[in-house]
Design a protein around this ligand. Structure first.
Ligand SMILES: [Zn+2]
Ligand SMILES: [Zn+2]
Ligand SMILES: [Zn+2]
Ligand SMILES: [Zn+2]
Ligand SMILES: [Zn+2]
Ligand SMILES: [Zn+2]
Ligand SMILES: [Zn+2]
Length: 1749
């Protein structure tokens, strides 16, 4: 060990290594003054170990510190070698039953929704998997770091507090046992000594503030070196810091990034080392540079000794943390040391000192000591309590410090509150003993000092700093929530007392909010500045849960409730003092009733939305009813002091305000008011705002004469005049009054009626109506689902959550809804059960206006579908609780009847705009409600009860003099036949029917039942009439629909564009069937179909007429006409790659002639299949380009496509494209001189070709050197070969141009070079793209198990056809000699000649690429051959030759293991032949090949290996020559191999090829095998691809998403030494985990900084990448540097929903189908297209800096 170290450690360290820990410890054991001794040791050694240079050397420092500093301490502590001492301790330890694992950032945590006491109780993954909660409803989140596992904490879990592992420890340990008894006494003493000294040392040095002195230590070294230390703040950005550092300390950008990263992570970093001046200089530059905008960065010049001791101080704290891990006894000693009061009394313990210094410490130091606290104080139940007391006593100070500090809460000691306050016993103890509730609330109030003259909070003119502090102070509300989260099961007198004291403080807080942010209606001018309103609402929102929890607490104890109610009432009266001052009361009278009220107009005076005191009282009032305290102890309640008019006044004003805003009376007050009204009703606030205002009105009505209430209400709505003055309405409508005012009043009347409906109808809160909590939640769900079916998360969002983040939905959802599973897209949905629709209330008070009208429409539609009438009558309601029972009389009060009568009268008179249908609808609803009520009363009638609810009688009575108006019933009967009220007919009919039912009920209860009344018969006949009427209307509607449909089809294209996803599938299906009809219908009987060669089936090519999508003109595809083109997209691809590490070194010099069989980088061409004229496309592209240039100048924003790179969107489908492919007729026909007589066989043909090639070489050489004329003489030109012949190009100019355009584009993209149409590599790239694209399609078809032909979508079929024909025609626009040259080189790889050496051996050539290139370059030679050999013969020979080479390739690389698989006894002809061939190969390779005796295995392998090649070839020749595919190849079935061979003009027994041509083949095979590379391979010295190549898939993903989270949390950034990555991102192609979106892992790519993902795409996916952002649970698609989009992840929760951002935390599982869909996108090369569509649909995606991900 020592020897190893010596080599690494520099000389001056050697002295340090000679220190003996044992000896030092021995000395310490003898010492009389241990502290002095230890301090001397530290003073001498610490500066020798730490801070020896500009950069920290953590490994060296740690090693030396362990040896010289910590070693002696461990020896001292153990009294022996710690290597023995610690394990002994560990063994003797009775381990804790607490897990206490401290979470890393990003680690998965689990909370059980069934058993956790509150949502902050979490388990680590290990504990969770071993717990019972695995089977419960759980929630999964990722930790933000800090916090620890609560396994074993009995207070955290209602059930199953231990996992299997921690359960083991519980049986042995008695709860209260003192862990010290397990330790020897002398060890206790020693531990006490050393802990006291080291802990104190660490605390002193960390909290040290002097510059040239040390606490109790001598400065030994006086060499005066300093550090310029830069500290973290949350004000400056990364960029600012990096920029400043480069200037100040003259470092590179890389170094600056390093510094900034460390500062951000650790909180400080030295940026310069040297003498004082040198460091000070840097400091002033930094300060100067950063002070301009904001406060300057914190920089300090520090003496290196101080920094050294501080570094060691932190090390010591970490060491203490690990030492106490060995024994609970040691832990207890450390706790004792830490909490022991120092000499300065209160707050002088080491723990206090650290806490109180927290905000001055840097981040790294804070983290270290917080961790120590967590592993010591919080893990020892006795000391946790003592610590909690210290924490509570320091609470005010800690919060003050936190407020001044600018660091996040997670790194503040204040954040420990969650660990203490959420423990129920601790919370209760802190409330009773430390008065914590009051402390928190008062501290909170201390920080909100801004008040108006009435003492209310004022947030107007808030400065940025105040706003910042306001955000921080909100964490106090969270603390209050923690304290209240677990409710007491029993109350002590103390607890009551302290809770009520806290309640007092809380009321003080609410009092400051009552009436805050008052507003006055703006008339005339619009407001100049939107007033600040968000702060007040934030406060309200944050307090909502606390207010609810306060009520929950009150509900638990009758005494507390009574006291709280009294206190609340007193405060409310204080708030309202002066409420009737000044003004004379006014008297209102109607229908013989009169009431006094104040003069007040919402539209003219101040009004506020914030009334928390009133609302709290309303809540408590309901509790009086719910707990029955109101009936049990009425004498204790101040009910007589209640003044109903006072109670309702403010809530009513607030509701009137909403109505007036809705009526448009407050338009000039701007958006802030609209927003406030929105939040007032919003699910986040309404529980303690809107809902409680309704309750308060219900309370009011139940306590006063409803006539009085209604009159006051009319007055507040400013409608009193209208209803109290007879004929007011009439006059109003006839006179030519201001339309706006009429409209306004109409809306106000509607709103007021709606409010009455709510007051009467909303009784689903326990305490108001006779219901329980589940009835309430059921009703909410029913109404949400009445709008439309909803996903789980949508429902959750629409329902209020309690303090445990629960809505209570799961318990009832099954009763009211059915779940429908999701398909491949979309989400699972809940649908309302049909029987629940009867509970639907159109005027449900939580509907927004939009929701209400949607629900109405949906429900009416449903009824029509069920062939029911469309009335939506009010549902039957539960009865009120006794305390509220009397409010029902409002429905039959005189004023109410008067209002109803008036409005019906208006409807009957039906003139002008003085009434509205909505008004009538609401009145009908109210009448309906009254009837329902009366019916229920009658049905539940018991003997002795008298029915006091006599609505039916009252509405049958006509009006009294002087108006003599008809009765309400009479008016309804009139309206029933009014033609203008068609929509309401069903409802009126329902009312009349119900009226009759009630009449019958009444009669039956008094007299005997009566038979059918005449009314019913009447009804029936009128129903028939109705039916006919409806039928007529339906017919009209149908005609109108048809007309609209006609117009629609015009707009359809647009619509399809907008709903692409929906249509894509259906379109593809249509396309497939279409293409099946056109291309593949065989003309000639199948058996004879041959795709190539002299025997090729001749097919008359159909005239192909196509239409240009741009000009809509049709044109035939012909050689000499204007070019037609397909929009196409070319991209590089690694989808088929078998080697992702291969990188093309220098694209300018790269020779792509031969494709390696690893297919590491290909060029893929795709198309959307849309056809244009070439010139139309050019015009279009020019226009796009010009537009884009203008746009860029103006807006400087990117688009989803890069015009400069030739990109554009297909004008029809907006598919991303970057070039066009010309459409061509089959090109072979043009060059085929048909002559079938005496075609040469393969050997002869090769000979001829070789001669032709030789001649060509000689001629070429001659061009360059003149002295070779004699060689010409040697050469006999082969017969008919005319090397001087220049073929005529048959294509039109326009087609030629497009051939060049597409060729150049392929070259540019494929090689990533600048376009150069002259480059000889252009044709190679074209052939390559054709081959590669066919290969990808073949793979997709094979993977999906689809037949080769007839199943490609039309767009792919068209694309392959055009691509193949283009590639075949491209030589006509290239240099003839270049193409000839390529052909010669290609052929030479199989038929060697002396001119071409160093060609790749056959193991290193992809044979299909070779085939395509050979066949497509061959015409360049053949066109000069006039000997009568047909082009087809050449094609066939080339194909046979390559096929044979491929067979040899397969046999050489096949790794047949002769397993004992069944084989047939008789060897077939094929098997014998292949065995013979194999033996010949053995011979050629010098017996290096493995012995194989089974022809059966060989033949099987050969067939399987060659299949993909044959399939690709069949596709290739099919598209090249246009021969239809035999029908057997259009279905899956047996004999596919034989069918392929026949189509391709191959013998079924492939090895026959060798026998037929043995003359030349033996030589060739020998030459192939003689290559050095083949030898090296057979000797096992190199690798080669074997066949068939397996298809690439995306990586396997685990079923449970938390596995991925865990994997990611264990992943650390590869560049910053073990640090956790912030955005771990998984490459789904190769499985690499990357550190994304972070400075640490940025690299330079083509001169630009890019993030880890973008960099990875360039190696792994040649620019295209598919990633999973693990912490976001989101798929990321990237293409190039500027394009990207997010895509839904393949993980779903049980409700069939994804959880992007992991916000909901439901367990997620892999959805295989969705993952397959992503894989398919990848295999089809559609990622870029997908990104394009996403970016077009969502412009914000364009703005994201994708390259930095
Ligand atoms: Zn755990
Ligand atoms: Zn556990
Ligand atoms: Zn559980
Ligand atoms: Zn056109
Ligand atoms: Zn298109
Ligand atoms: Zn990868
Ligand atoms: Zn990194």
């Amino acid at each position: 060990m020592a020897a190893e170290l010596e080599a690494e450690v520099p000389a001056f360290d050697r002295g340090l290594l000679e220190c003996s820990a044992e000896e030092i410890a021995a000395k310490w054991l003898q010492a009389s003054e241990l502290q002095k001794e230890v301090y001397q040791h530290l003073a001498y050694y610490v500066p020798k170990i730490y801070c020896r240079g500009p950069n920290p050397a953590p490994q060296r420092e740690d090693m030396l510190a362990q040896h010289v500093l910590l070693g002696p301490m461990e020896w001292y502590l153990c009294g022996e070698d710690p290597a023995f001492g610690f394990p002994k301790l560990e063994q003797a330890n009775k381990p804790s039953h607490l897990c206490g694992r401290v979470f890393k950032v990003g680690e998965p945590t689990y909370s059980c929704r069934d058993c956790a006491v509150d949502p902050t109780c979490v388990l680590c993954m290990e504990c969770f998997l071993g717990s019972i909660h695995r089977e419960h409803r759980y929630r999964m989140t990722t930790s933000g770091g800090g916090g620890f596992c609560d396994c074993g904490d009995t207070e955290a879990w209602k059930e199953g507090p231990y996992c299997q592992k921690h359960e083991l420890n519980t049986s042995e340990t008695a709860e209260e046992e003192d862990p010290l008894v397990h330790l020897p006494e002398d060890m206790v003493a020693r531990a006490y000594n050393i802990f006291a000294i080291t802990f104190k040392y660490a605390v002193d040095i960390l909290t040290w503030e002097k510059e040239n002195e040390l606490p109790g230590l001598e400065m030994i070294e006086k060499n005066d070196t300093y550090y310029c230390m830069l500290f973290n703040d949350e004000v400056h950005t990364y960029e600012q810091v990096i920029y400043t550092l480069q200037k100040a300390v003259n470092c590179t950008q890389k170094e600056a990034i390093g510094f900034a990263t460390t500062v951000d992570r650790d909180g400080r970093r030295s940026v310069r080392y040297g003498d004082f001046q040198y460091c000070d200089q840097a400091k002033s530059v930094i300060v100067r540079n950063t002070s301009r905008q904001t406060k300057p960065l914190k920089v300090q010049v520090m003496h290196s000794s101080i920094v050294a001791h501080q570094s060691f101080g932190l090390k010591l704290l970490t060491w203490l943390g690990s030492v106490i891990g060995y024994s609970d006894g040691l832990r207890r000693i450390l706790c004792q040391v830490g909490l022991q009061e120092g000499p300065d009394g209160e707050n002088s313990s080491l723990v206090d000192k650290l806490m109180l210094y927290d905000s001055k410490l840097w981040k790294g130091a804070r983290n270290v000591y917080h961790q120590l606290f967590m592993s010591s104080l919080l893990m020892d139940l006795k000391y946790k309590k003592l610590f909690a007391i210290r924490f509570a006593r320091n609470y005010r100070q800690l919060q003050r410090d936190y407020m001044e500090d600018d660091h996040e809460r997670a790194v503040s000691v204040a954040a420990l509150s969650v660990q203490l306050f959420t423990v129920p016993t601790l919370a209760r103890m802190l409330i009773t003993e430390e008065n914590l509730m009051t402390t928190i609330i008062k501290t909170f109030m201390d920080h909100l000092r801004h008040r108006d003259i009435q003492g209310r909070f004022q947030f107007e003119r808030y400065t940025a700093l105040q706003a910042f502090k306001f955000r921080r102070v909100q964490s106090l509300i969270l603390d209050l929530k923690y304290v209240l989260i677990s409710k007491p099961t029993e109350w002590s007198e103390d607890l009551r007392h302290k809770f009520l004291e806290g309640f007092d403080a809380f009321l003080e807080l609410l009092k400051c909010m009552q009436g805050m942010d008052p507003i006055t209606r703006q008339v005339g001018q619009h407001i100049e500045m939107e007033p600040e309103w968000e702060a007040a609402f934030t406060l309200q929102m944050k307090l909502t849960l606390v207010i609810s929890m306060m009520q929950d607490w009150c509900a638990l104890d009758e005494k507390v409730l009574i006291e709280a109610y009294k206190k609340c009432l007193t405060v409310l009266m204080q708030c309202h003092s002066g409420f009737t001052d000044g003004e004379q009361p006014i008297v209102l009278s109607m229908c013989g009733h009169s009431v006094e009220t104040i003069r007040y107009c919402v539209s003219q005076e101040k009004v506020s939305i914030h009334l928390p005191v009133s609302r709290l009282l309303a809540g408590l009032h309901v509790l009086l009813s719910k707990t029955e305290v109101a009936y049990k102890f009425p004498e204790l309640l101040p009910l007589s002091e209640l003044s109903p008019p006072m109670l309702i006044e403010h809530p009513l004003r607030c509701l009137v305000l909403c109505a007036q805003v809705h009526a448009g009376m407050w338009r000039r007050n701007g958006f802030s008011l609209v927003n406030q009204i929105y939040y007032y009703h919003n699910v986040k606030c309404r529980r303690e705002m809107f809902d409680k205002d309704i309750v308060m009105l219900q309370t009011g009505v139940s306590m006063m004469d409803p006539n009085h209430f209604l009159m006051i209400m009319l007055s507040r709505f400013e409608l009193y005049q209208i209803f109290s003055t007879p004929d007011y309405g009439k006059r109003f409508s006839t006179e030519n009054t201001n339309k706006d005012v009429v409209q306004q009043n109409n809306t106000l009347i509607e709103e007021m009626l709606y409010l009455i409906i709510m007051i009467v109808g909303e009784r689903f809160s326990p305490g108001i109506g006779q219901v329980n909590a589940t009835d309430e939640i059921k009703r909410e769900i029913i109404h949400q689902l009445s709008i439309r079916p909803m996903a789980h998360s949508e429902l959750v969002k629409a329902l209020p959550e309690d303090e445990n983040r629960e809505t209570g939905m799961e318990s009832v959802i099954e009763e009211v809804a059915c779940f429908k599973k999701p398909g491949l897209t979309g989400r699972g949905l809940y649908e309302l059960k049909p029987e629940c629709t009867k509970n639907f209330n159109l005027y449900f008070y939580h509907f927004s206006r939009a929701e209400q009208s949607k629900a109405e429409e949906a429900q009416r539609k449903l009824k029509r579908q069920n062939r029911e009438d469309t009335a939506l009558p009010p549902p039957a309601l539960p009865p009120f609780c006794p305390l509220f029972a009397s409010l029902i009389n409002i429905l039959q009060s005189d004023v109410m009847l008067c209002i109803m009568g008036t409005i019906l009268q208006w409807a009957v008179e039906h003139n002008g705009y003085a009434w509205s249908e909505s008004m009538l609808q609401r009145v009908l609803h109210l009448i309906g409600m009254a009837l329902q009520e009366e019916k229920q009363h009658l049905e539940n009638l018991s003997e002795e009860n008298v029915v006091t609810f006599t609505f039916t009688q009252k509405i049958s009575r006509p009006g009294e003099a002087p108006n003599n108006s008809p009765s309400i019933l009479a008016m309804l009967e009139t309206l029933q036949n009014a033609p203008h009220l068609e929509v309401h007919k069903d409802m009126i009919r329902w009312i009349l029917k119900t009226f009759n039912t009630i009449k019958k009920l009444r009669e039956s209860s008094s007299t005997s039942p009566v038979a059918e009344t005449e009314g019913n018969v009447m009804e029936e006949s009128s129903r028939d009439k109705d039916k006919a009427e409806r039928k007529r209307k339906a017919e009209i509607a149908r005609l109108r629909r048809e007309k609209i449909m006609a117009q629609m089809s015009e707009m359809q294209r647009h619509f399809i564009n907008e709903n692409k996803e929906l249509f894509q599938q259906t379109l593809e299906e249509l396309d497939t069937s279409a293409s099946g009809v056109h291309d593949n219908s065989p003309v000639i009987s199948d058996a004879k179909l041959t795709a190539l060669g002299p025997e090729q089936t001749r097919v008359a090519e159909h005239r192909q007429v196509v239409m240009c999508i741009l000009c809509q003109e049709e044109q035939e595809v012909k050689v000499d006409s204007r070019a037609m083109v397909l929009a196409a997209f070319i991209q590089r691809s690694t989808v088929l790659s078998k080697n992702r590490n291969r990188i093309i070194p220098d694209p300018e010099k790269y020779d792509p002639l031969f494709m390696h069989p690893d297919l590491s980088c290909g060029t893929h061409t795709g198309s959307c299949g849309h056809i244009m004229h070439a010139h139309c496309w050019q015009r279009y592209f020019d226009a796009v380009q010009a537009k884009e240039q203008r746009r860029q100048q103006r807006l400087r924003v990117h688009t989803s496509y890069d015009v400069e790179n030739g990109e554009f969107l297909c004008p029809l489908c907006e598919c991303l494209s970057n070039t066009v492919i010309p459409l061509l007729p089959p090109p072979r026909v043009l060059f085929n001189r048909l002559d079938f007589s005496g075609q040469p066989n393969l050997s002869q043909w090769i000979k001829t070709i070789s001669l032709q090639m030789k001649a060509r070489y000689l001629l070429r050489d001659e061009d360059h050197s003149s002295n070779s004329s004699e060689k010409m003489d040697q050469l006999q030109l082969p017969e008919g070969f005319r090397p001087d012949y220049k073929p005529k190009n048959p294509y039109s100019e326009s087609i030629k141009e497009m051939l060049t355009t597409f060729g150049t584009a392929t070259y540019k993209v494929g090689l990533k070079v600048h376009p150069n149409e002259e480059d000889p590599r252009v044709p190679i790239m074209c052939w390559g793209s054709c081959a590669y694209t066919i290969q990808t399609i073949e793979r997709i078809l094979a993977d999906e198990d689809k037949p080769l032909f007839g199943h490609l979508p039309c767009r792919q079929d068209d694309c392959l056809k055009s691509l193949t024909r283009f590639a075949a025609a491209h030589w006509t626009v290239s240099s003839l000699s270049a193409v000839q040259g390529h052909f010669c080189t290609l052929l030479a790889s199989l038929v060697p000649n002396e001119k071409n050496e160093n060609l790749p051996c056959i193991l290193d050539i992809d044979m299909f690429h070779l085939l395509v290139s050979l066949v497509l370059s061959f015409p360049a030679i053949h066109c000069q051959d006039f000997s009568g050999v047909s082009l087809g013969t050449g094609d066939l020979h080339l194909f046979h030759l390559v096929t044979m080479a491929h067979i040899i390739q397969i046999l050489l690389t096949s790794s047949t293991e002769e397993n004992g698989m069944d084989q047939e006894d008789t060897s077939s002809e094929e098997e014998v032949a292949v065995l013979t061939l194999y033996k010949f190969l053995c011979q050629c390779t010098g017996s290096a090949l493995k012995e194989v005796s089974s022809g059966w295995h060989l033949w099987r392998n050969l067939k399987a290996g060659i299949m993909p090649f044959l399939r690709c070839s069949a596709l290739f020749f099919h598209y090249l020559n246009g021969v239809p595919a035999p029908s057997e190849l259009q279905v899956n079935g047996a004999n596919q191999f034989e069918r392929l061979c026949s189509y391709l003009s191959l013998p079924n027994n492939l090895t026959c090829l060798f026998q037929e041509n043995s003359e030349i083949l033996n030589t060739l095979v020998e030459s192939w095998c003689s290559s050095n590379e083949v030898k090296r391979y057979l000797e096992g010295k190199r690798h080669a691809i074997s066949y068939a190549r397996e298809s690439n898939k995306l990586i396997d993903l685990p079923d449970d998403y938390s596995c991925l989270i865990n994997q990611a949390s264990n992943f650390s950034c590869p560049k910053s030494g073990g640090d956790k990555s912030r955005a771990p991102t998984l490459c789904l192609v190769c499985g690499t985990m990357l550190c994304s979106q972070s400075y640490c892992c940025q690299t330079e790519l083509e001169g630009e900084d890019v993030g880890a993902c973008t960099a990875h795409t360039y190696t792994c996916g040649s620019g295209v990448g598919i990633f999973l952002r693990v912490r976001e649970c989101q798929v990321l698609f990237l293409a190039g540097k500027t394009k990207g989009c997010f895509y839904p992840p393949p993980y779903l929760d049980d409700y069939g929903e994804t959880d992007q951002g992991l916000r909901r935390g439901n367990p997620l599982h892999l959805c295989k189908e969705r993952f397959k869909k992503i894989q398919k996108l990848w295999q089809q090369h559609s990622i870029t297209e997908e990104i394009g569509h996403a970016q077009e649909a969502n412009q914000t995606l364009v703005g994201i800096d994708w390259q930095h991900l």
